[in-house]
Design a protein around this ligand. Structure first.
Ligand SMILES: O=C(O)C(=O)C[C@@H](O)[C@H](O)[C@H](O)COP(=O)(O)O
Length: 466
């Protein structure tokens, strides 16, 4: 989840219109709603006819590879194909950072809003990496009560070394149930109390909830201040910190209030995963499996062979999985920043999953757990439609189980609840439900409303309490 179990502390004894734009030559930028309330009433869709037409067509998830660079080799033309090559090869040779530890840089290619994703061990100790992406003199670190005791001091030190920056911080309650407008207002309260101006940078230190909320707070504060992501969970490192989706939940629907707002950089210190509880680790792995299913069959194969290593937090396996995920995410975001098309494929399993999160009450299941169940349901429906071979469903279920993830919804979820809650999904267009479904060989998917609704009913009947 983007949420409540994030980083149990150590004292608790435990070990969220397509077409790639390239930049040749540029160096590397509460409670559940009552199921009886009909969310349909809350759903409204308005978009131009042309856009609807485009989106109603099936969107095939095939785009070229984006850029992946190692430290010290970031200038020069994009190397298309490098990313996919890395997916097939074992963990790529990596460059050493100034501290002598492994560091990779993946570029999110968005023209003059491009930004780097730095990936490596111990990066929080390299203050210069962060400081060079802070344009003004003041920083507001937004974190939560679990992460603050673990990493806040180190982050403040990284920023204040050299004496040029003044840092304030605000500590939010931890958990998906706190991803709300009320809690978000605490960030703005702090910013105003501290007299922070438009030159300020908001820095998200934590998992997906912290990242999504900080980004939205930054997008709105004085109509937009700078934003930096320092994700500390698998979920946020492989998915939510990249791509600029920010926002909060509404009692009637997950992530319903928000904005697209890109960070200036994403700094991933994979050492922070050492304090992550096992359940949170598994939750993040769900999104890595997703990349395998929608566009990176080689990654899926790798996960099948390496899941024990990943669960054991083998540093090489973790680095590879995080890097491959960021490359996949960066490619899709670069091709379709605001989800006019192919970006919706990143929502595989999310329509079912968000319904589960909202229906059971935010924070009951972790986000990745709900997505895991949702991906199996989407795969099941794809088999029923005759779009994929049953072996893909079987492999998906087996891989998610191997990651200690759930593959069936809680018994409280009925088919009617699913249908009501899925009707407010953000992919609904003109009242028509669109789903990400698997199609063809492993690694292929479509976003479509053009399916036999009886097959959805069959899937819901299969997975829900009668
Ligand atoms: O970045 C995206 O685009 C995604 O859909 C990634 C998802 O894994 C992520 O959970 C995202 O926050 C979901 O966004 P939403 O628009 O479906 O609420």
């Amino acid at each position: 989840m983007r949420g409540s179990l994030q980083h149990r502390q150590l004292r608790a004894n435990d070990s969220g219109c397509c077409g790639i734009r390239t930049r040749a030559g540029l160096p590397g930028r509460g409670p559940a709603p009552a199921a009886t309330r009909s969310p349909r009433a809350a759903a409204s869709c308005s978009s131009q006819q042309g856009q609807q037409k485009q989106q109603q067509q099936q969107i095939h998830a095939t785009i070229p590879a984006a850029r992946m660079e190692t430290a010290g080799a970031r200038a020069g033309a994009p190397r298309r194909g490098a990313a996919l090559a890395a997916a097939v090869a074992p963990p790529a040779a990596a460059a050493a950072s100034s501290s002598g530890r492994v560091m990779k840089t993946v570029e999110v290619d968005l023209g003059d809003r491009s930004y780097p994703i730095y990936i490596g061990q111990g990066l929080l100790n390299q203050g210069e990496l962060l400081r060079k992406h802070v344009p003004g003199k003041r920083v507001l670190i937004v974190t939560n009560e679990t992460i603050a005791p673990l990493y806040l001091d180190r982050t403040i030190k990284a920023l204040t070394e050299g004496g040029a920056l003044q840092v304030d911080s605000v500590v939010l309650p931890d958990g998906e149930e706190h991803k709300s407008m009320d809690v978000l207002a605490l960030v703005w309260d702090k910013a105003l109390e501290a007299r922070l101006d438009r030159g300020t940078t908001f820095l998200a230190l934590g998992g997906g909830v912290v990242g999504d909320m900080t980004g939205f707070a930054a997008a709105c504060y004085q109509r937009g201040v700078h934003f930096v992501q320092v994700p500390t969970t698998v979920m946020s490192q492989v998915d939510s910190s990249v791509g600029g989706k920010t926002g909060v939940n509404h009692p009637l629907g997950k992530n319903m209030i928000g904005a697209f707002y890109q960070p200036r950089c994403v700094l991933i210190d994979t050492d922070t995963l050492n304090t992550l509880p096992p359940r949170e680790l598994a939750s993040g792995i769900s999104e890595i499996v997703k990349y395998g299913l929608i566009r990176d069959a080689a990654l899926f194969d790798w996960l099948e062979a390496n899941m024990p290593k990943l669960l054991a937090r083998d540093p090489e396996a973790v680095a590879y999985a995080v890097e491959r995920s960021c490359v996949n995410k960066a490619e899709v975001v670069a091709a379709d920043e605001r989800e006019g098309g192919v970006r919706a494929t990143l929502n595989l399993g999310h329509t079912f999953g968000h319904a589960i999160e909202t229906g059971c009450g935010y924070g009951t299941l972790l986000h990745g757990e709900a997505v895991s169940i949702g991906m199996v349901m989407a795969a099941d429906m794809s088999v029923r439609l005759g779009w994929i071979d049953r072996s893909i469903l079987d492999r998906t279920r087996a891989l998610l189980l191997a990651a200690n993830l759930p593959v069936t919804p809680p018994a409280t979820m009925t088919a009617d609840m699913f249908k009501d809650l899925m009707a407010v999904d953000k992919k609904v267009l003109a009242g028509k439900l669109r789903l990400v479904l698997l199609k063809g060989p492993l690694g292929g998917c479509v976003v479509t409303g053009d399916f036999d609704p009886a097959k959805l009913d069959e899937t819901l009947a299969e997975f829900c309490a009668k």
